[in-house]
Design a protein around this ligand. Structure first.
Ligand SMILES: [Zn+2]
Length: 94
């Protein structure tokens, strides 16, 4: 079992709290370590805006933790940090 933490731009989530997230880089097959969600359909900043709109009473961190579209892997794919940096959307904050 990978023992790394899932690192998103707004925080770190231990693997055991996000078991549904695939733990393998979908590009190079690397397991564990610094995997990130690369969102295909919506940018990360769009999703953060949705979090703020839908969950205005919680802190942004808490909101993100429970806002499932942010963690819906149908809306994204898991990539290791190296592969994520190579995507054209990475610098746009996606
Ligand atoms: Zn990779």
């Amino acid at each position: 079992m990978p023992t790394g933490v899932f690192i998103h731009k707004k925080g770190r989530i231990p693997w055991n709290k996000k078991e549904k997230i695939k733990k393998i880089c979908q590009k190079c097959g690397k397991i564990g370590g610094q995997l990130q969600v690369h969102h295909k359909n919506k940018s990360f900043s769009q999703l953060i805006q949705e979090v703020k709109i839908n969950l205005p009473l919680l802190s942004l961190y808490e909101s993100c933790m429970i806002y499932t579209p942010l963690w819906n892997i149908d809306n994204g794919t898991t990539l290791c940090l190296d592969c994520h940096k190579k995507t054209k959307d990475y610098l746009k904050g996606n």
